[in-house]
Design a protein around this ligand. Structure first.
Ligand SMILES: Cc1cc2nc3c(=O)[nH]c(=O)nc-3n(C[C@H](O)[C@H](O)[C@H](O)COP(=O)(O)O)c2cc1C
Length: 186
């Protein structure tokens, strides 16, 4: 039986030059053996509307399946107005319904927030945690990952600078253990 853990990785920015997406793609490259980060796109999910759940839109169905089939979920989020971007909140809402069938339930999670400013999107990170408590996503608490000064964490080639690579490499190793010990249904 494979012990590889597949992690649905959600990126909270849709813009091409996004620091968050750059961080996510670099994380894919430094992930430890046995941890695979699959970016699950959330930009084309129709806004949640309970009326649509009688015949759910295909992107909702595909998204719910992707989360349900993942071993864990990792949120890479910038901060919009001291909270999470709407695309992240919409994805959370879509995955949480129909009532009683939330795909988040028991799924181990992690949050890495990132911003050009010094605070590292602390506000977004903690607003997101509020929803994840309600949705029963056991979310890694330590190390906390507030990545500030986003323009300084990448080299000219787009790779992580050494200190960031070391910090996030350690983060992923801890997250891998977290996913193992908090496996849904265990
Ligand atoms: C609508 C909007 C609101 C923002 N609010 C905040 C904020 O509250 N805190 C913060 O640190 N940066 C804020 N920013 C700046 C973002 O951190 C910055 O644009 C960042 O690069 C977005 O992430 P991305 O590079 O992944 O797209 C905001 C940007 C936008 C567009």
């Amino acid at each position: 039986m494979s012990t590889t853990k597949r992690i649905a990785t959600l990126v909270g920015s849709l813009r091409k030059a996004s620091y968050s997406r750059r961080l996510a793609t670099q994380l894919q490259l430094i992930a430890p053996a046995g941890l695979v980060l699959d970016i699950v796109e959330i930009g084309d999910l129709p806004f949640f509307n309970q009326d649509l759940d009688a015949t759910p839109p295909a992107p909702w169905v595909a998204f719910r399946d992707a989360i349900a089939n993942a071993d864990g979920v990792l949120f890479i989020t910038p901060e919009y107005n001291r909270s999470v971007p709407a695309v992240i909140k919409n994805a959370i809402d879509v995955g949480s319904r129909p009532y009683g069938k939330s795909v988040w339930n028991g799924k181990p999670g992690g949050i890495i927030s990132i911003a050009p400013g010094a605070l590292g999107a602390f506000g977004a990170n903690h607003h997101l945690r509020q929803s994840l408590v309600f949705l029963n996503v056991p979310t890694l608490q330590q190390p906390e990952a507030y990545i500030g000064n986003a323009e300084k964490i990448f080299t000219e080639d787009g790779e992580f600078v050494p200190s960031t690579k070391e910090f996030l490499g350690n983060y992923l190793q801890t997250f891998q253990r977290w996913v193992g010990t908090n496996a849904a249904g265990s």
